[in-house]
Design a protein around this ligand. Structure first.
Ligand code: NG1
Ligand code: ZN
Length: 542
């Protein structure tokens, strides 16, 4: 280790005194000005992780749907997955070490994780459009360089694009070319082939309005435009040229507030969707002729994809094991519809993409989505091989054609992580092939009324949960109180958990009417406030 270099560079990126941060569900997130040292150290950690795995590691600088003033960083593992949990702990240790302890902590990590410091290290870097992102990604570069690692800076990319190129690089091109051009070509080829099939069955031109949250999605859609088939017309709104990132727009705003974003004029029955700030989430919506807003969230996206893939698998005559993975935030109506009507097994896991991804890997076809619109589909290697072989060699025309559609779906889906661009193309292709309007899709089932709230407490970690976060174990008495409140309402359900990305406790409630869901969520918020050390004024009714 270049001890002098380390001293010099860590002095350039000093840690603010008394600051401790934790590598949470989405890496580190905080106010941008608190993050320079974290970026530098995550550059170092990525170099170490690269040496430990013998593969290229990704570092993405973004705070996704958080306000423009925030920023964040997360590491991407060799196959494009989230950082392995054992290394999250090293990330937290390294980020919180005092400047003078850095060398010692690096040595400790190398010992614990059997890192050979002589090996080559390779890191891919990407960043979102936040004003702070460029400088922070320079700090990441300093961290990689100080430990003698090589890097490739992809500059402005969506989070899923960075995951994609990391996966391509480490699978020797099997997943695609590790370039943005390779990404655009792979997706657009698969999409064009699918759309062509729908056009031959008489589908009209498709139109879609996209709110890009004033983020990276707008830039990348513009780059991709030349690759799109002419039959699909997209109009981009909130492209970041006028307004602030994620401000009153984007997938998170639309989902949480259940209303359209600012800056997108919506006529009745027009198809619209919103990306989040780093383009790894997507939600759809439309306004009906009476002016009512209809949100089509991640649960309904998972449902549409499940129906489509189940039909195709039946057509190719394969008994591949398919399942849907959700979190406790999935609307109860979606779970019921998937289990009873679509007849696909549904599993509930803890919040956080890594948990969903991990569970989905257990199946031949694992569909996972968070209600907020983050999700994708995973195909096992065996399932993929079977499908590709059937698409090439199957004698029965109908079966072969169905296998070809599945093959294109495999190529269109970004299997490394949820991807707004890829998901949008998957959805557009399915709607076109099935000849479905947004209204018909929306009518598959009706969401149970729900409400998501935040409560401020002194220390959110006093809340510990079990059963995929659906029950609180501590503080004492809280779960009993929630159970009693839930009993007061029909078709009701409620749970609380500490957020992994914000200093709040999240409260979720469902009930038979919106008023009841709101009232239940409010009463549970008060219980959290009183039993878990609420901060500031008590929560107000909605
Ligand atoms: P937290 O802050 O832990 O609830 C939020 C989302 C997650 C996930 C992460 C990462 C909700 C209720 N929670 O996590 O689903 O997307 O951010 O971005 O939407
Ligand atoms: Zn995001």
């Amino acid at each position: 280790m270049d001890v002098e270099g380390l001293k010099k560079y860590s002095a350039l990126h000093p840690k603010p005194a008394g600051l401790t941060l934790q590598y949470g569900t989405a890496g580190f997130r905080s106010k941008a000005q608190q993050l320079e040292h974290v970026m530098f150290r995550m550059g170092m950690l990525a170099a170490l992780r690269s040496r430990a795995t013998g593969a290229t590691i990704g570092v993405m600088v973004t705070a996704s749907h958080n306000p423009e003033e925030d920023n964040g960083v997360k590491l991407v593992d060799p196959l494009g997955e989230m950082l392995h949990p054992s290394w999250e702990e090293y990330a937290t240790q390294l980020a919180n070490a005092e400047d003078q302890e850095l060398q010692k902590i690096v040595t400790e990590i190398c010992q614990k994780a059997a890192v050979n410091q002589q090996k080559d290290a390779s890191v891919f870097i990407g960043r979102d459009t936040r004003p702070s992102s460029k400088e922070l990604s320079q700090a990441v570069i300093d961290g990689i360089s100080v430990l003698g690692g090589q890097y490739h800076d992809y500059g402005l990319v969506t989070t899923p694009q960075l995951h994609y190129v990391v996966c391509c690089q480490n699978t020797q091109g099997q997943y695609g070319k590790p370039t943005l051009e390779g990404y655009y070509q792979k997706l657009s080829k698969a999409f064009t082939e699918l759309i062509k099939k729908s056009l031959s069955s008489g589908e009209a031109q498709r139109q879609l309005k996209i709110d890009c949250a004033n983020g990276i999605g707008a830039l990348k859609l513009a780059e991709m435009e030349t690759y799109f088939p002419k039959e699909v017309q997209i109009q981009v709104y909130n492209d970041g040229t006028k307004e602030k990132l994620n401000h009153l727009c984007g997938a998170d705003f639309v989902k949480v507030h259940q209303k359209p974003p600012k800056g997108l004029d919506m006529k009745p029955n027009e198809s619209c969707c919103s990306f989040d700030g780093d383009a790894d989430r997507i939600v759809y919506y439309y306004k009906d002729t009476a002016g009512h807003f209809h949100l089509i969230d991640g649960d309904k996206i998972a449902t549409l994809i499940s129906i489509f893939l189940k039909e195709l698998l039946a057509k190719v005559g394969q008994t591949l094991k398919m399942a849907v993975v959700q979190t406790a935030y999935a609307n109860g109506s979606s779970t019921r519809y998937l289990e009873e009507t679509v007849q696909v097994p549904v599993y509930c896991v803890k919040t956080g993409v890594k948990h969903l991804h991990h569970k989905a890997q257990e199946f031949d076809v694992g569909i996972y989505f968070e209600a907020n619109g983050h999700g994708t589909v995973l195909f096992s290697k065996a399932a993929e091989n079977t499908i590709r072989q059937l698409a090439k060699e199957e004698k029965d025309d109908a079966k072969r054609e169905a296998a070809k559609v599945l093959e294109n779906m495999i190529d269109l889906i970004n299997q490394t992580v949820g991807d707004a661009i890829s998901d949008m193309l998957v959805i557009e292709a399915i709607l076109a092939l099935k000849g479905l309007t947004l209204q018909q899709w929306d009518a598959l089932y009706t969401d149970f009324p729900s409400r998501l709230l935040k409560v401020q407490v002194a220390d959110r970690q006093v809340i510990d949960t079990t059963d995929a976060e659906r029950r609180a174990v501590t503080p004492p008495g809280l779960q009993e109180k929630i159970d009693a409140l839930v009993k007061k309402y029909k078709l009701s359900r409620a749970f609380v958990r500490p957020s992994g990305t914000e200093d709040v406790v999240r409260v979720y409630a469902e009930a038979d009417t919106q008023e009841n869901a709101d009232a239940l969520a409010h009463e549970v918020s008060l219980a959290v406030y009183h039993l878990a050390g609420g901060k500031g004024a008590p929560p107000q009714p909605i």
